[in-house]
Design a protein around this ligand. Structure first.
Ligand code: ZN
Length: 364
């Protein structure tokens, strides 16, 4: 039996909610975490047509990229589409989950999927953000491996293409158990010296609570000693956008045509082709105009995103080419990420792509 909370856990393992922007409302917005999931419907947006499709086909969990609800709702009347969706969803026991800016902010998220579609190699986060911490703890020698492994298995100690990174040194811990204590080693009222291992592990902010919780749960001491230090290093694997390279330079107009074909765009709005050929490409799913300067600083030849305003195009400043491919078009493949996450963990589970094209923009 697969519950809604099981699917939520595997999605948030990949894209933790703590990575979402402050204005966002990602997560389970409607439903019951304890409900059993019959099957899943994937979509970019939740619309009435998508809700109807889920009901007709018996899918009771909808996973979307854009949250259905962004702002507080004071009246639940059927006078707008969001409310009508919610009313219908509640009546039919539907669960609605969204992974939005948290999915934008992980290395294999929305923008990485765009980059994969274009064949970009050497991908890295365009604008890294998110703090890193150093977690230090002390464990009796015989228990050190078990405790270290449990913390590392939370995803801590991941550096570039290396996982399970830690530093371990030997030393002696001392303590005196007082009345009421239940010491793992030593006696009440006597100072005890215990050979211990000091372990240091780098932890991204979004994993810190989980790591400390795990450490306390598996550590044999009644009062494990641990400390956390905030580092100046930025976490290179969380943040917005992706920058990567083409295996070989491609003539600019030809590459833009390739982008148009790849994302099935009716049009691409772009700035002058100031670069004769394209090698370095920055991408950001959704509305990414705010990262133009970052793309220039990272020496991109082309920056692909959506939702550019007229004046924002001037920021290209003949230093790179901006290509606005449309908001929906840039995020349409996000559904594939959900599909892979669920079916990899739970093979044979019924997961379907919505047949509704939710893009509200058409071109004449
Ligand atoms: Zn979006």
């Amino acid at each position: 039996m697969t519950l809604v909370k099981d699917i939520v856990a595997l999605l948030e393992d990949f894209a933790p909610l703590s990575l979402q922007e402050s204005y966002d409302n990602a997560g389970l917005v409607c439903g019951n975490p304890e409900a059993e999931v019959a099957s899943i419907l994937l979509t970019v947006d939740v619309t009435e047509a998508v809700i109807d499709e889920a009901i007709a086909e018996g899918h009771n969990l909808i996973i979307s990229h854009h949250p259905l609800v962004f702002q507080g709702i004071k009246k639940l009347l059927p006078d707008n589409e969001v409310n009508r969706c919610l009313i219908k969803a509640i009546r039919h026991d539907l669960n609605i989950y969204s992974a939005h800016t948290n999915l934008d902010s992980v290395l294999q998220g929305v923008s990485s999927r765009m980059a994969d579609k274009l064949g970009l190699i050497n991908q890295s986060i365009l604008q890294p953000s998110g703090r890193l911490f150093s977690l230090t703890f002390y464990t009796p020698e015989n228990e050190a491996e078990k405790v270290r492994a449990a913390v590392l298995d939370c995803g801590a100690g991941h550096i570039g293409n290396y996982s399970h990174c830690s530093f371990n040194s030997r030393g002696n811990g001392t303590f005196q158990a007082l009345d009421g204590a239940r010491p793992f080693v030593g006696e009440i009222g006597k100072i005890h010296t215990e050979p211990e291992i000091k372990t240091e592990i780098t932890v991204p902010e979004y994993l810190l609570n989980r790591c400390v919780r795990t450490l306390k749960a598996v550590h044999p001491y009644e009062e494990p000693v641990w400390n956390v230090v905030c580092l100046d290093n930025t976490n290179p694997v969380t943040g917005l956008g992706i920058i990567g390279e083409l295996p070989a330079p491609v003539e600019s107009r030809r590459f833009l045509q390739h982008v148009k074909d790849t994302f099935h765009c009716d049009i691409i709005r772009h700035t002058p082709l100031c670069k004769p050929e394209i090698k370095r490409v920055a991408v950001c799913g959704g509305a990414g105009a705010s990262l133009t300067k970052v793309a220039i600083a990272r020496k991109a030849d082309l920056y692909i995103t959506g939702d550019y305003k007229y004046h924002d195009f001037f920021n290209a400043d003949n230093k790179l080419i901006i290509a606005d491919i449309g908001h929906y078009e840039s995020e349409q493949y996000t559904k594939e990420i959900f599909y892979e996450l669920v079916t990899k963990k739970i093979p044979n589970f019924v997961v379907r792509f919505s047949k509704v094209v939710t893009n509200p923009v058409s071109y004449l």
